[in-house]
Design a protein around this ligand. Sequence first.
Ligand code: IFM
Length: 478
Amino acid sequence: MSPSTPADDYRGSGLLFPPDFVFGSATASYQIEGAAGEDGRTPSIWDTFSRTPGRVWNGDTGDIACDHYHRVEQDLDLMTELGLEAYRFSIAWPRIVPTASGEINQKGIDFYSRLVDGLRERGIRPVATLYHWDLPQYLEDAGGWAARETTDAFERYAEVMGRALGDRVDTWTTLNEPWCSAYLGYGQGGHAPGRHEPASALAAVHHLNLAHGRALQALRATSTGDPDYSVTLNFHVLRGQGDGASEAMRRIDALANRSFTGPMLRGEYPADLLADTSSVTDWSFVREGDLATVHQPIDVLGVNYYSTATVRLWDGISPKQQNDGHKGAVGGTAWPGSDQLVEFVEQPGPYTAMGWNIAPEGLEELLVSLSEQFPDQALMVTENGAAFDDHVADDGTVPDPERTDYLRRHFTAAHRALQRGVDLRGYFVWSLLDNFEWGYGYAKRFGIVRVDFDTLQRTVKDSGHWYRDLIRTRALPV
Ligand code: IFM
């Protein structure tokens, strides 16, 4: 697909979304809740990581975040004000199972129960993710995702949540972006728990896949309502550069994309992935029967998309090009495989405040490609959005035209995918609120609602008003 041109800038207008298309917004527990030590919650790996000097910008932590835990009613009202049809949130595992004893913390369950009831009372569909990166610290101390026993604990946690909320949630999502959990957490080290162990990263890939399958079985066995079941992946939409561009793209596609879609949607790891990584691991952590467990039917595949990535083969000698630590790194620019290394290179702009290139055509391409690879699989955009450096105007409003433009262009891309026959069920804007942006702390703002981190006051940004109008009219404005 050719890149967008001024004549084809993805600024569609008047495009109408179908009546059953779901408009939502998303958040995650550690990024918004705060109340880190309250009502029985114990530390997660992100509490430990953010309290480790030098790990997070400015020494920021999620101790208070948006204080959503205490302001949940106000935030529910905000969702009503915006007209959201669905809300995607995640559950903090260390609130539910705070210690290695496995005892259940009823206060943790009560919080999410109130949230789900509050959503349903307002006619907003609850979309609940079990794991958005806040692994209980006691499980990391026992080996984390590199250890198979973590999948036992995840299955028990899924059972508990299925029993507690499975009569009322609209959609269960097992994992959010296991790529980040495995590769950034255990390989590149920029995310918690901050380990630099390539073999552990690949073991984590498998254990996350296995945890997904086991959790789906547990959720299905315990949910008494009629929820949909899903998982959310962040896909690398790749461009290649230089000699061997297609080989570089194939390698990263295997490592970043097909290492999850292979087992989850086809019941196998891609042969080229196993070959590419043979100098790092023999994959003996994959036991007989695992792949059948991982390969469970899902109702909808969650797709997170922000930008494209450009890769090229690297000779291991010449200076590496600039690389964005969050987006491109799979254990530095050159991992795994000692024979042939791949580096991520700078993308042509324009960029968001994250330094990520703005490429709405990549979203259309991704959705079409997924629906070609998995023709019977319904899709949902579970995250898309942008960080920009917002400013509050003298009149108290937050004009953020760049974010509105970003969203408009990506909604146009999604609409084009629909027109091309993709079974796309909905779209969740990341994020409802400015929040704790992981290694960047509070320095990067993704919200359509501004949060003043001194007063915790919420202000709907212009992009939020724009989104409210889109939801109300179901049409991109002319
Ligand atoms: O903030 C994150 C979110 O937690 C996972 N997906 C990407 C977002 C922006 O970096």
